[in-house]
Design a protein around this ligand. Structure first.
Ligand SMILES: [Zn+2]
Length: 338
């Protein structure tokens, strides 16, 4: 009864109502919980999807609060991993959804395991390189994915249905060089536009679930403010010379690894120490030194010193933003004795 009422307004809109049973049997994976991923996860929870996997490597920062609708000031103050903050909010929104928060850096090594069993993949990524990994995985595993990008006042959305539509590499054979494309962190975003991109992603996903997305509907949707015309660029399905559509998954097989570290670092450096860390003891020692601002929580310790932000996980992983790899190694040598 409660369930019928909960979904009644969605169900009465016939094009969505017919698909709700399919949505509610689906396993959706949202990759990246930024502005796009936040909105997607919220809508998917309200649709009542059976299972919702959330993948993101970051903690909530104050810079996220202007445009990432899942997160609150308390999440930023506590520097919670985004996936844990999101899971708290989404469990309160709809307890029927099976939530699967994964605080992880998506790579070619873990994508198969993290996305196993997905009905649909949704991309809320800001890294072009990682999108190529998702693209290859989607094609290899024959999983549909809904790719989108929003920056400044511009959006683009493409539904990739393997063997029916073309893919990211059909449109853009190679990832743009790092630093050559605008990013939200550098150029900002008109936050409300994220919801428009989400609406297109979810509408296209519904067509895929319902089996009505055909090759003749393969298209790239885009919009650029202040002109509010949504442009629909017709595309023509998989290209014969596309490596990914021809079964060569270069972003999964290791042949592109040389580019991966440069493309994925984006001013962020990671170390896996391979040993467990006592983050409470580390917090106690850092708090005795001047200049450290500490935000400990159940899942990690965020330690800020001037522009350098260290995120330390008990499993032995460290991430530094705002520094370089030499500073990260110096931190390990000074504070973790190795
Ligand atoms: Zn292709």
């Amino acid at each position: 009864m409660e369930s019928a009422i909960r979904y009644s307004r969605l169900a009465r809109y016939a094009p969505l109502g017919q698909l709700l049973p399919l949505w509610q049997r689906s396993h959706c994976v949202v990759i990246g919980l930024g502005g796009l991923g936040s909105g997607l996860a919220m809508q998917l929870a309200r649709f009542g999807v059976a299972r919702l996997t959330l993948i993101d490597r970051d903690t909530v920062g104050f810079e996220n609060l202007g445009h990432q609708s899942l997160f609150t000031t308390a999440h930023a103050e506590a520097a919670l991993p985004k996936v844990q903050a999101a899971a708290q909010v989404l469990a309160a929104v709809n307890p029927a959804v099976g939530l699967d928060p994964q605080c992880a850096d998506l790579s070619r090594h873990n994508i198969e395991q993290l996305c196993a069993g997905a009905t649909l993949l949704f991309d809320g990524l800001d890294s072009y390189y990682t999108r190529y990994i998702v693209n290859d995985h989607a094609l290899r595993s024959a999983t549909p994915w809904l790719s989108a990008g929003v920056v400044r006042g511009e959006l683009s959305v493409r539904a990739v249905l393997p063997a029916v539509t073309g893919c990211l590499r059909c449109l853009l054979p190679e990832p743009p060089p790092p630093g050559s494309v605008p990013t939200c962190s550098a150029e900002g975003v008109f936050g409300p536009l994220l919801s428009v991109a989400n609406a297109i992603q979810l509408e296209q996903a519904g067509r895929i679930l319902g089996g009505t997305l055909t090759r003749s509907e393969d298209a790239l949707y885009s919009l650029c403010l202040p002109d509010w015309n949504i442009r629909r660029l017709p595309l023509s399905g998989p290209l014969a010379d596309c490596p990914a559509c021809s079964g060569r998954y270069e972003f999964l097989d290791g042949s592109r690894d040389a580019e991966a570290s440069a493309a994925c670092s984006e001013g962020r450096f990671e170390l896996e120490l391979g040993t467990a860390l006592d983050i409470d003891a580390l917090a106690a020692r850092l708090s005795a030194e001047p200049g450290w601002e500490l935000r400990p929580n159940r899942w990690c310790l965020v330690a800020q010193h001037a522009a350098e932000r260290y995120t330390i996980f008990p499993a032995g992983k460290l991430v530094l933003s705002g520094g370089d790899s030499a500073r990260l190694h110096a931190f390990v040598a000074e504070w973790l004795g190795s």
